[in-house]
Write a protein that binds this ligand. Structure first.
Ligand code: BG6
Length: 458
């Protein structure tokens, strides 16, 4: 296992909110090599003590309670102030690390290319790895260029493209649920499934992220990566072995089978919208366009819905509806598999069964049709709800541990990221040309009006 992690952008939000708590959880569980060395690199002219204080504040605000693990993390920290785009300064910051290192790019994506070049020039110890956050590129062309650049310095098996949804317990549970239960294994196809929804509705609004989000929007921020990854796990064929490459190849096959939407289909099968002023619970929320840093003429969407088709034997004709939005009335973050209704029933037509996997809160529920309690032959819908034990290690912790171990199963491969861009690119292009006009919804509402059917389909 690698024992040194260099975090580029160590004073930023991602490092403070996700990476440091994840490392602390791993230390608490005894899952990190000791001693581990965490080198923070960022522009701020701080010393070690200032960086430790900053990190301790983040850990406190994230509710990290274990003081032993917290102190262990703080004592493993080191800090170097550097311009991360300056080759000489990056090489100097990394010079004390003489063992293989994990270089974690917790940075705005505009800095990925210069930092990768600086890392290449720094000649890292053999066996070092690189972790790149999302967004990996902003379209297919830029993602391909970034892949070419990374490969100049790192072989693909040293590259970890992060998608933290893959570390979520219920997302990790999808293949087991599908392939480990005959009930689902046999029913998991177009013969029995009517539609699958992957929904990530959030109550949070922009939260000061305009410099990133206004250039990205909901489709790039969530659908191109997180929700398409979930779709892959829902739709893939069983891999022939547990090796990382077999898993990833199966996911790529799914993406390849997703049909590209024509401009007309974009009109019928996608929805985009942005929030206007409103109230979320008791909070007054300004309109997206009035948030500091937003340029309203960009027309950035804060809500996106796309109905995709997978043209293969298992899924032909089944819509996969991916939806995400910010500033909505409630957090609804789930996969819903809508099964077809039973073909014939003496008991009357029961509703089709629905399987719901709660992505955020570790619950699995199934709607079944059972006979009414009074013993008559009458069907009644019943929800069977299972709450799993909470995830002991946060998603980022699992991913970081895999990086240190060199396990690529949960990392997104070069062809996967490119194929994901291929899937969303026709939508991005058609939207840029004004197809599927930008709707509005009030902050704190259920989203834009969409009529009865979630997606016009024919
Ligand atoms: C991030 C997106 O990748 O995932 C955010 O950039 C989104 O916009 C977030 O809010 C959701 O994941 P989590 O784990 O932070 O709830």
């Amino acid at each position: 296992m690698i024992r040194s992690i260099a975090i580029f952008g160590a004073t930023g939000d991602l490092a403070g909110r996700y990476l440091m708590p994840a490392l602390t959880a791993l230390l608490q569980a005894g899952l990190l090599p000791t001693p581990v060395r965490v080198l923070g690199i960022a522009r701020e002219e701080w010393d070690w003590a200032r960086f430790c204080r900053h990190t301790a504040e983040w850990l406190q605000s994230c509710g990290v309670a274990d003081t032993k693990a917290r102190d262990q993390l703080l004592s493993s920290l080191d800090y170097r102030a550097a311009d991360v785009t300056d080759r000489r300064q990056v090489a100097a910051a990394l010079a004390p690390l003489d063992e293989p290192v994990v270089a974690y790019l917790a940075l705005p994506s505009a800095l990925f290319a210069p930092v990768i070049e600086a890392l290449g020039a720094a000649s890292l110890p053999k066996g070092s790895r690189i972790v790149v956050e999302k967004p990996f590129g902003e379209d297919l062309t830029s993602a391909k260029a970034l892949n070419r650049l990374v490969h100049e310095f790192f072989p693909e098996d040293a590259v970890f493209r992060i998608d933290h949804f893959l570390g979520m317990q219920t997302v990790q549970g999808i293949p087991g649920l599908r392939f480990g239960n005959r009930l689902f294994e046999t029913a998991w196809s177009r013969d029995h499934v009517e539609r699958i929804d992957v929904i990530w509705d959030e109550m949070i609004a922009l939260e000061g992220r305009a410099s990133y989000y206004d250039r990205s929007g909901a489709l790039r921020d969530m659908i191109q990566n997180h929700l398409l990854q979930v779709l892959c796990l829902l739709a893939m064929e069983p891999p022939s072995s547990p090796s990382a490459d077999d898993w990833r190849s199966r996911k790529v096959e799914v993406l390849r089978a997703v049909t590209s939407l024509s401009a007309d289909e974009v009109d019928r099968r996608t929805v985009r919208a942005r929030y206007a002023a409103g109230r979320i619970e008791n909070r007054e929320t300004p309109a997206y366009v009035d948030e500091p840093g937003v340029e309203s003429q960009r027309g950035t969407e804060t809500f996106a819905q796309v109905a995709l088709r997978i043209e293969n034997r298992r899924w032909a004709g089944v819509p996969f509806v991916l939806r995400t939005g910010k500033a909505l009335a409630m957090e609804r973050q789930e996969v819903v598999v809508h099964f077809k209704a039973a073909s014939q029933s003496l008991l009357g037509a029961g509703a089709g069964n629905r399987l719901r996997l709660q992505l955020g809160s570790d619950r699995v529920a199934m709607d079944l049709n059972l006979i009414h309690a009074d013993g008559r032959f009458e069907l009644q819908p019943v929800e069977v709800d299972v709450k799993m034990a909470p995830q002991p290690i946060p998603a980022y912790g699992l991913l970081l541990r895999d990086v240190l171990k060199g396990d690529l199963s949960l990392a997104v491969r070069d062809d996967e990221v490119e194929e994901s861009w291929r899937v969303v690119e026709p939508v991005l292009e058609a939207w840029a040309e004004g197809k599927s006009p930008l709707k509005e919804y009030a902050a704190g509402s259920e989203g834009p009006a969409m009529g009865e059917e979630p997606i016009a389909d024919s």
